[in-house]
Design a protein around this ligand. Structure first.
Ligand SMILES: Cc1cc2nc3c(=O)[nH]c(=O)nc-3n(C[C@H](O)[C@H](O)[C@H](O)COP(=O)(O)OP(=O)(O)OC[C@H]3O[C@@H](n4cnc5c(N)ncnc54)[C@H](O)[C@@H]3O)c2cc1C
Length: 352
């Protein structure tokens, strides 16, 4: 049985950097990648990073590429996903391959200590002595890889959060899955037809949601009937909280633009008063603008349900769902009070 020093799951930016470190340390390692090198980054290739190149490349990777004639981006360059992939990650993978095997199309299905059940010899040397066994799906067959250590660099892109409480599915969410996009969409490019002239519910207040809000607002400016509602759990006047003296200007700018979209919207919403169960219908009209930022008011949050059950939506980053718009009639939206018990102390912070 061949046992490698290290098995790395995923050949994204993290896995490749780890592989470069392993090469530098002279370890025997294998990288197992379910798709192609930098598969996930390729998926959001049109998006511009908000961190400069120097923060997206590590010392081991840069060290490995030095002297190989690769023209690296300038440290301060703000790259798109595709530029990061082609100008750094693919050359890095090629350099790593000179000493470490990268297996593409190799999906890790399970990881366990070889010959030890999960409850056996816990915390003992007898357990730690056994290598890890990785069950790998590759070319339609199952293979095994053994390694003394495993780095899980599989990223988060493949495990997006559900929209319900605690990150579990909301009621009806699984049934509505086909209408929901769990990743950052491209409404101005490849997915234009999916969003143009339609009404979309955008959930979440992270940077993926911000990017999507800015893109949907741009689409709405040129395609009549394009509308969206942006909903978040945050109790605030704006969806994204700006970071004080943000060291990343691109991120600060995205935050500013996304919040401007929300503030520029014309919400005509009723917010359930503190402690009251939701019981009315509110009409949502975009007016001259094209989005509705639902500011939940000082004491509770409410969530719009354009095509979802009103029960338990708990927005997660960058989730969008949409349905055909009916421009002549403003959409009817039901409201659910989400956190009626939140109170604010003298500092303005919620108190228990
Ligand atoms: C739109 C967007 C913009 C971003 N902008 C920035 C930014 O400006 N700055 C920043 O620092 N970060 C940014 N990020 C975060 C960025 O994704 C991460 O910094 C980086 O891609 C994470 O790299 P990773 O290698 O950890 O994961 P990933 O890039 O997700 O790579 C994981 C790899 O593991 C593989 N894999 C998954 N499961 C398995 C399995 N079971 N078996 C084998 N292989 C598997 C995948 O195919 C993939 O290739 C952004 C993310 C998104 C989505």
């Amino acid at each position: 049985m061949r046992v490698a020093d290290l098995a790395i799951i995923g050949a994204g930016p993290t896995g490749l950097e780890a592989a470069a470190g392993a090469a530098r340390a002279g370890l025997s390692a294998v990288v197992l990648e379910a798709g192609a090198v930098a598969q996930h980054v390729h998926t959001w290739r049109w998006v511009r990073l908000f961190s400069p190149f120097e923060l997206n490349a590590g010392p081991a990777g840069l060290g490995l590429l030095r002297g190989r004639g690769v023209r690296l981006p300038a440290p301060e360059a703000i790259l798109t996903g595709e530029e990061l992939r082609t100008r750094y990650l693919l050359p890095l993978a090629a350099a790593v391959r000179s000493s470490i095997e990268i297996r593409e199309g190799a999906r890790v299905r399970d990881v366990a200590r070889a010959d030890r059940l999960k409850g056996e010899a816990l915390g003992s040397v007898a357990r730690a002595d056994r290598p890890f066994r990785l069950l790998v799906e590759e070319n339609g067959a199952e293979t095994e890889v053994f390694a003394r250590a495993v780095f899980d660099c599989s990223g988060t892109w493949g495990q997006p959060g559900w929209a319900g409480p605690g990150g579990a599915p909301a009621r009806g969410e699984r049934a509505a899955r086909r209408a929901i996009e769990y990743h950052l969409p491209d409404p101005l490019g490849a997915q234009r037809d999916r969003y143009a002239g339609r009404r979309t519910l955008l959930l979440g207040a992270g940077h993926s949601a911000a990017t999507t809000a800015v893109a949907l607002a741009a689409l709405a400016r040129v395609i009549p009937g394009t509308r969206f509602t942006w909903a978040s759990r945050r109790v605030s006047d704006v969806p994204l909280r700006p970071i004080d003296e943000d060291p990343l200007p691109e991120r600060a700018e995205l935050t500013r633009r996304a919040n401007a979209v929300a503030v520029g919207a014309a919400p005509r919403l009723r917010v359930a008063p503190r402690g009251q169960a939701p019981r009315r219908q509110a009409n949502l009209r975009a007016g001259s603008s094209t989005s509705n930022w639902r500011s939940p008011g000082p004491c509770g949050t409410t969530t719009s349900t354009a095509s979802w059950p009103a029960s338990a939506m708990s927005p997660t980053t960058g989730c969008t769902g949409n349905s055909r718009s009916t421009p002549a009639t403003p959409p009817s939206v039901r409201w659910a009070s989400r956190r009626p018990s939140v109170r604010r102390g003298a500092t303005g912070r919620p108190t228990a």
